[in-house]
Structure formats: structure tokens, C-alpha cells
Design a protein around this ligand. Structure first.
Ligand code: UT7
Length: 316
């Protein structure tokens, strides 16, 4: 389990932004084209509606631009752009290239694919860059899953949607906000959830569900243990928004009550790399976070990957 070395240069979040696809699709809309219904989707997933539309670059430019505006920084002062996505617009080049140009950045830019764990992977990677001298890093998590979903497959079409969340991280003189982290992957589970290039998502939903709870709990427990923090000290847990039943089971096992959980799945659906930042910034915009609150991010996804990070909100 990696330990953050004492004296390392930390970072804090100085701005954030979100974007959703421009078309709202309700469960009733889906019931028009496949054998499903609103009641089943609400009860089995927690999803009421979702937004789709736009490309990965378009949504990233929107959320990234909002994050830069909130941070009030000149785009030319950003030292790196990391775009977490599992749905790039092209195989080559990385979608971050278009985003970098549109936002007026002049810095290294790359995509990172860790499926639904991608944003936490990118957050940890950005801290590595900052420890090595970068002053500011723009981290974006975006997915446009509507483009790789088979809209006749009720197993996947009811779950996945489009969205983007972005943040500007700035170096601090102190320890910063990241207290501990865990990144994990088990490639032997690749067949549970995959998409061949040019094809549509294939998923063994039951198996993903069964394993998701355990790997989220394992990753979150490691991260809390690393920081010497117990569940009762967590002010807000921000889980990957995949299924309310997965979130409820994981939070129960971790000992974090549901009122301390960030939930956006009802209106976002599963937006993969965008899921955790959308839920985190929705909570922050809603006034749910105060200075020094402990915030636990925890995700899982195709791979299967898992990732968690403990933040001290607003810490310098
Ligand atoms: O980012 C990670 C992404 N993936 C996930 O997190 C997926 C995790 N898995 C899940 O969320 C759930 O397994 C699903 C939502 C995909 C499915 O829910 P489930 O409770 O596992 O349903 P099931 O596959 O066990 O099906 C139960 C019943 C079946 O009918 P019978 O055999 O009991 O008569 C299905 O045919 O529900 C039926 N069913 C549906 N009915 C209406 C399955 N899908 C649907 C549907 N609408 N969309």
C-alpha cells in the first residue's frame, strides 16, 4: 500500500466544472424502444433519467472551461491536462489534444483509460506531476457512453449516459488535500465488461454487481486505513454512480450512513469517468462541504479497476 512521503508537495482544488449531454432521456422514453419500464429501472438501479449527446471533446471543453473560469487562472499557466475517458472521439490522437487547443492551454496533454475508476486514477496521477514540479494541472473525467451502447439492449442501455466533470489542481506549500489513495486492477476480469473497437458494450451485469461491492469496500478500507481515519470521521463519501443498490450495500459495509453519500445517479445514470466528479461537484455546489471535511472518493469499473482517494476539503 503506497504511503505519501512526508514533505512531498501537495495540491488543492481551486476550481471545478460539470457538463451533461444536452438531451434528457427518461425511463419512459426507453420503454418505447425496448422491453423495460420506469418502475423496474428505478427500483433495480435508482436511475430516473439520464442525459446524452455531444462528443467527449465537446463535453470536456465545457466542464474544463468552467473549471478554469472558477479557478480564475490564465489557461497558459496550466502545466498538464489529463483527460480520463473510456470513450475517446478517435483512436488517434488522444481526445485531450482537441480539448487542450480549444481551452488555450500550452502543455502536455494525454488521455487516461481506467474506465469508471478513471477520474480517481487521474487525480492521483496529477498529484504525482505536482510533486515533480508542475504548478497547475487540469484533470477532466468525461464519457459519452451513449455512442457505444446498443440501444436495443436493455441490459446496458438503461444504465449508461454522457457527462463530464473537471477540476484545476494547484500546488500548495503544505500537504494539500490528498491524504491517502489506492489504485487497483484485476485484468483477469476483463471479460465481465468490455467493448471491442467499433462495437458496443457487453456486460455480465450480475457478476459485475457481485464483485463491485467487494472491490469498492476493499479499496476504500485500504485508503481509510492508510490515513488512520475511521468511517465515522468521513463527512461525505462519493461513490461511482453505477447502481443505487451497489452504493447502498458498499456504504453499509463501510459503516457510512446514506445521508453522508453523494448521489446523482437518479438524473445522471452511469457516466463512467465523469460519475465521481459530477457527484462531488454537485455536492460542493449544493453547499454540502465545509472546510476540512473528510471526503472519500471510491470507484470501480471495467478492467476490473478500483480506485479510492481521501481528501481533506479546502485544506491548504
Ligand atoms: O460502471 C460499472 C458498470 N456496470 C454495473 O455497475 C452493472 C452492475 N449490475 C447491475 O447494475 C444489475 O445487474 C443490472 C441493473 C444490470 C440488472 O439488474 P439485476 O437485478 O441483476 O437483474 P437481473 O439481470 O437479475 O434480472 C432480473 C429480472 C429478470 O427477469 P426474470 O428472469 O426474473 O423474469 C430479467 O429478465 O429482470 C429482468 N430484466 C429487466 N426487466 C425490465 C433485466 N433487465 C431488465 C430491464 N427491464 N431493463
Amino acid at each position: 500500500m503506497p504511503i505519501i512521503p512526508t514533505g512531498v508537495r501537495g495540491a488543492r482544488i481551486i476550481g471545478w466544472g460539470s457538463a451533461l449531454g444536452n438531451k434528457v432521456v427518461t425511463n419512459d422514453d426507453l420503454a418505447l424502444t425496448m422491453e423495460t419500464n420506469d418502475e423496474w429501472i428505478r427500483e433495480r438501479t435508482g436511475i430516473h433519467r439520464r442525459s446524452i449527446g455531444g462528443t467527449t471533446a465537446e463535453l470536456s471543453i465545457s466542464s474544463g472551461g468552467a473549471a478554469l473560469t472558477m479557478a480564475g487562472v490564465d489557461p497558459s499557466t496550466i502545466d498538464a491536462l489529463i483527460l480520463a475517458t473510456t470513450t475517446p472521439d478517435r483512436s488517434v490522437p488522444a481526445s485531450s489534444a482537441k480539448v487542450q487547443d480549444a481551452l488555450g492551454l500550452r502543455c502536455g496533454a494525454f488521455d487516461l483509460n481506467a474506465a469508471c475508476s478513471g477520474f480517481v486514477y487521474a487525480l492521483v496521477t496529477a498529484h504525482g506531476l505536482i510533486a515533480m514540479g508542475a504548478q497547475r494541472v487540469l484533470v477532466i473525467g468525461t464519457d459519452t457512453l451513449s455512442r457505444i451502447v446498443d440501444w436495443t439492449d436493455r441490459n446496458t442501455a438503461i444504465l449508461f449516459a454522457d457527462g463530464s466533470g473537471a477540476m484545476v489542481l494547484e500546488a500548495t506549500s503544505g500537504l494539500g488535500q490528498l491524504m491517502s489513495w489506492d489504485l487497483d486492477a484485476d485484468g483477469s476480469l476483463e471479460e465481465l465488461l468490455y467493448c471491442e473497437i467499433g462495437s458496443t458494450v457487453q456486460m455480465n451485469g450480475k457478476e459485475v454487481f457481485r464483485r463491485a461491492v467487494r472491490i469498492m469496500v476493499d479499496s476504500a478500507a485500504k485508503t481509510m486505513q492508510q490515513a488512520g481515519v475511521t468511517a465515522d470521521q468521513i463527512a461525505l463519501i462519493v461513490p461511482h454512480q453505477a447502481n443505487t443498490r451497489i452504493i447502498t450495500a458498499a456504504c453499509e459495509r463501510l459503516g457510512v450512513p446514506m445521508e453522508k453519500t453523494a448521489l446523482t445517479i437518479e438524473f445522471t445514470g452511469n457516466t463512467s469517468s465523469a460519475s465521481i466528479p459530477l457527484a462531488l461537484f454537485h455536492a460542493a455546489d449544493g453547499g454540502r462541504l465545509k472546510q476540512n471535511d473528510l471526503v472519500l472518493l471510491v470507484g470501480f469499473g471495467a478492467g476490473m479497476t478500483a480506485a479510492s482517494a481521501l481528501l481533506r476539503w479546502g485544506a491548504q
